[in-house]
Design a binder for this molecule. Structure first.
Ligand code: CA
Length: 334
């Protein structure tokens, strides 16, 4: 049985992806609403093309409250010189643009989580329409894909660049070459909690060389984390042979997330007392946090235990925690 053919995307780019030179424009997505009957979502995009060569697709703001990616990509878009490029660079600093403008993880329009929306739908709401445009128009143009993430308002991470273990070992090796090129303070063999609907998975299933990051969190950026992002994207482009210039490559600590024991979740809500900070090591069954019930004094806090020996590479960020929240993520040094 053949699949019914999908309709065309409603998104119109104001840039020509095949034109030489630098163009700054928009992906215009019609969005009819109370305050603008024939209105649009205008997603900023920059395309730089200079002759033949590979295409890099660079994205931030997949989650709207993660800032290192957008900072590095707005900066790159304004500073790139066409003569330094061999091939093509497509820059979209804020992939889920409505979420980015609202400062929220998901879209205020349809609550869409971009990284759970792939392959998207051309006849869906705003978030799946954007995902569909990446799935059917932008990803097919790309050879390498760098998607910036950070922890957002509810997580904080050690700064790392990451790729996934893949069935195609040649594809996996090329991805880890770019992780190495990025040269974040940490480099991760990353395990996902749930890969369904992820941009990562969509790109990897298309055979693209895909790398991602987690560079901090808490719904903000620091001078250090923004600097890591800016240096990292230039290094990746140089590593792929798309950008001229010499990479600045400081040393990195490799980390691995071997299995689901990496993750510790809260089984009840309350006031969280961290017992370990990012970058510190723990042993199996060591308490990584206490959770105090909010309602009365004199009660014992519960403890969240490490399920393995490892280094704390991510933690819950807000001072209060809810049942089910991810409290801690551990990785092993390799
Ligand atoms: Ca994220």
């Amino acid at each position: 049985m053949s699949e019914p053919e999908l309709r065309a995307s409603p998104i119109t780019p104001t840039v020509d992806f095949s034109a030489e030179g630098i163009q700054h424009g928009f992906l215009r997505l019609p969005y009819s609403r109370d305050d603008s009957a024939w209105g649009s979502v205008m997603i900023p995009v920059t395309v730089v093309k200079n002759g033949e060569g590979p295409t890099a697709l660079l994205t931030g703001g997949n989650h709207g409250d993660e800032y290192e990616g957008p900072i590095a990509l707005f900066d790159l878009a304004r500073t790139l010189k066409v003569e330094d490029v061999s091939g093509r660079i497509i820059i979209i600093p804020a992939m889920n643009y409505p979420a980015f403008v609202a400062g929220t993880r998901t879209s205020p329009i349809d609550k869409g989580n971009m990284n759970r929306s792939f392959p998207g739908r051309p006849d869906g709401t705003v978030t799946p329409k954007i995902a569909d445009y990446f799935q059917r128009t932008l990803l097919p143009l790309a050879d390498i894909v760098l998607d910036f993430h950070s922890g957002g308002k509810t997580l904080d991470f050690l700064p790392f660049c990451a790729a996934h273990i893949l069935p195609d070992k040649a594809q996996e090796e090329r991805a880890f070459e770019l992780v190495k090129a990025f040269s974040a303070p940490y480099s991760m063999k990353m395990l996902e909690i749930d890969t369904v609907g992820m941009y990562d998975t969509a790109a990897e299933e298309m055979g693209k060389v895909f790398v991602t990051t987690e560079l901090g969190g808490g719904g903000t950026a620091t001078a250090r984390s923004a600097g890591i992002a800016k240096r990292g994207v230039a290094n990746v482009l140089r590593g792929a042979g798309i950008l001229a210039g010499k990479a600045e490559v400081p040393s990195t600590q490799w980390l691995d997330m071997p299995d689901g024991d990496c993750f510790s979740f809260a089984e009840e809500g309350g006031l969280i007392e961290p017992l370990v900070d990012l970058g510190e090591t723990v042993v199996k069954n060591q308490a990584v946090a206490r959770i105090y019930p909010l309602g009365r004094t004199g009660t014992q806090p519960s403890e969240v235990l490490a399920k393995m020996d490892g280094m704390l590479c991510a933690r819950h960020f807000p001072g209060l925690v809810k049942a089910g929240d991810c409290v801690a993520v551990l990785a092993i040094t390799v």
